[in-house]
Ligand binder design. Structure first.
Ligand SMILES: Nc1ncnc2c1ncn2[C@@H]1O[C@H](COP(=O)(O)OP(=O)(O)OP(=O)(O)O)[C@@H](O)[C@H]1O
Length: 260
């Protein structure tokens, strides 16, 4: 479904190559984990796939094929429905997804084309049930709220619920549980697991090997803009081929043992 071949990203200002000829694929219903330390190039890779990088700031080379169609050449002018129905990205910080001065209800409604009373009624029934599935019982209160009136974890759960209502074919989740409380993390992971069962293709960006082990069929390990190792999740985690992956895995286990 998604094929990335020899992707290179250079920041024009610093003439610095941030991503260095990386290749990976995500098949239908498959979940790929992009893992690696901070600054290794995971988010910028995801943004390139989504067509979210400003070409005046970044020089992008290689190929990104979506259902065999080259999308890099579109230079950000993606086809209708590209973001939302075909692909969607959940960012680490939900505040970046919402305008601070507008009530959530208005913002959410703007993201959908709701023609007629029946469509609206059905939409709100579906939204209510999506919010309840992540333990947000009071839809009316949420819709009346401004983004900063909810906790980070609540806002992230609202964003994920709304994003998933569009049923994107490919979902990219960028560290979407890093900044939330443990209860929210649990509910978000359950929600992603459910989407995986439903056959949604996903790219999960995470530092957390536990999250990757739980959700991902395969992983690619990034370091300094390169993919240094990739393969089936269990293979990579149980028999890492590079010292770096071995150290990352060990650090993750140590951290988990520390906090448990
Ligand atoms: N707009 C930008 N201009 C120049 N360099 C950038 C820009 N955005 C990111 N970078 C650089 O690109 C590199 C990769 O950043 P990226 O955000 O993709 O890392 P990451 O692996 O997602 O890290 P984290 O896990 O902390 O989110 C970093 O060196 C970062 O400083």
């Amino acid at each position: 479904m998604l094929k990335v071949n020899g992707l290179e990203i250079t920041a024009r200002s610093a003439k610095e190559r941030l991503v260095k000829s990386i290749s990976f694929e995500v098949g239908k219903g498959e979940t790929l984990g992009l893992i690696g330390e901070s600054g290794s190039g995971k988010s910028i890779t995801a943004k390139a796939v989504m067509g979210l990088l400003n070409r005046r700031m970044f020089d992008i080379g290689g190929n990104i094929l979506w259902k065999n169609e080259e999308i890099l050449s579109k230079k950000g002018n993606m086809p209708r429905g590209w973001r939302g129905e075909q692909t969607a990205m959940i960012m680490q910080d939900p505040m970046t997804a919402f305008a601070p001065m507008m009530r959530l209800g208005k913002q959410i409604e703007m993201g959908f084309e709701l023609k007629g009373r029946n469509a609206k009624q059905l939409f709100y029934e579906q939204l209510d049930s999506a919010l309840k599935s992540v333990n947000l019982a009071d839809m009316k209160k949420i819709l009346k709220s401004y983004p900063d009136e909810l906790s980070g974890g609540m806002l992230q759960r609202v964003m994920i619920s709304v994003t998933l209502m569009k049923k994107p074919e490919l979902l990219i989740a960028d560290e979407c549980t890093t900044a939330v409380d443990a209860a929210s993390e649990y509910m978000i992971l359950k929600q992603l697991e459910q989407q995986r069962k439903n056959g949604m293709s996903m790219i999960i960006i995470t530092h957390d090997f536990g999250v990757a082990a739980r959700l991902c069929d395969k992983v690619a390990v990034m370091k300094s803009g390169n993919i240094i190792e990739k393969g089936k999740t269990l293979d990579v985690f149980t028999s890492p081929q590079t010292e770096y992956t071995h150290e990352l895995a060990a650090a993750s286990v140590l951290f988990r043992e520390d906090v448990c």
